[in-house]
Design a protein around this ligand. Structure first.
Ligand SMILES: Nc1ncnc2c1ncn2[C@@H]1O[C@H](COP(=O)(O)OP(=O)(O)OP(=O)(O)O)[C@@H](O)[C@H]1O
Length: 279
């Protein structure tokens, strides 16, 4: 009886009605929504009334000086840090502040940290296979053996990250940039809806940076991508919309030209001598 009554309750979201692979609801709004988010560490507001909206399929660059709150913002989205106040929603269905880190990851939010963490002794193929096995949404429905669907997905991701020819080589032989791409590939195995990418081009050669720009811009549209990056040349090469964080809040938002010509941004972040760099 209770079950029937609860079925009639139209506000309730039933787990069995949520598609496992793509549960986020973006029909009426953004994929990520942060409202008035604040978090303090020992009285210091690392995030201060932060408002941020990311649309489905958008590629957003987040820039800001050291200590602006970029990493803390990512930590809040992924559930690593709990804010003191505010709202954080993934689509219109999931209140991320009620969920823990694994639950948030299983919704399709993938995070790429700055330092690559691939399994060096395993081949690229095996790395991607392991990443698939780590997907808690898929695991219960999988048998232990490799299925053609998994093999196809691995091949598809190898093509996307441009490393198909090295599929049977151990990841340890890859350059730094190639390891970063492999790790992005490992996230892609889980078909994320939102990718959070922290300083993807730190330590890369010019050529690797160009390839990374192609990779990230190619991923946008299929998934939403949020890139935190200090390298302004790289940001300019991929940017559509840029958000400038400063002291835990949004200082400016717009195209790269708009934000880099904003006097507030020039003053607090880019500095007089950096105008040339971003021009
Ligand atoms: N766990 C913590 N305890 C205390 N203070 C913290 C903690 N995490 C972050 N902070 C402080 O919060 C502020 C924001 O830090 P955060 O790492 O988010 O900035 P950021 O924009 O990512 O900087 P960077 O560009 O240097 O990585 C900094 O002043 C930092 O010292």
């Amino acid at each position: 009886m209770n079950f029937l009554r609860s079925l009639a309750d139209r506000d309730r979201v039933f787990d069995f009605l949520v598609p496992a692979a793509s549960p986020v609801d973006v029909r009426h709004g953004p994929i990520l929504y942060l409202e008035d988010v604040t978090v303090s560490f020992d009285g210091f507001k690392a995030i201060n009334d932060l408002n941020l909206t990311i649309d489905d399929g958008e590629l957003r660059c987040i820039i800001g000086p050291n200590g602006a709150g970029k990493t803390t913002m990512m930590d809040i989205i992924t559930g690593k840090t709990r804010p003191d106040a505010g709202k954080v929603w993934f689509g219109s269905r999931h209140d991320l502040l009620t969920m823990n880190e694994p639950e948030i990851a299983s919704l399709g939010i993938g995070r790429k940290f700055q330092k690559p963490t691939v399994f060096e002794a395993l081949t690229l193929f095996e790395n991607l296979e392991l990443a698939m096995a780590a997907d808690k949404r898929i695991l219960p429905t999988l048998t232990a053996r490799m299925t053609p669907a998994i093999r196809d997905r691995i091949e598809e991701v190898l093509e996307t990250i441009g490393l198909a020819e090295l599929r049977l080589r151990p990841a340890g032989i890859l350059s730094h940039g190639q390891k970063q791409w492999l790790e992005i590939g490992m996230l892609l195995m889980q078909r994320p809806r939102l990718l959070l990418v922290d300083e993807p081009v730190a330590g890369m050669t010019e050529q690797e940076m160009e390839r990374t720009a192609e990779l990230l811009t190619g991923l946008a549209g299929k998934q939403s991508v949020v890139v935190v990056e200090h390298d302004m040349g790289f940001v300019r090469s991929i940017a559509r919309k840029v958000t400038v964080l400063h002291q835990g809040s949004v200082l400016a938002e717009g195209s790269m030209d708009q934000v880099s010509n904003d006097p507030k941004v020039v003053e607090v972040y880019l500095g007089a001598d950096a105008e040339e760099e971003v021009a």
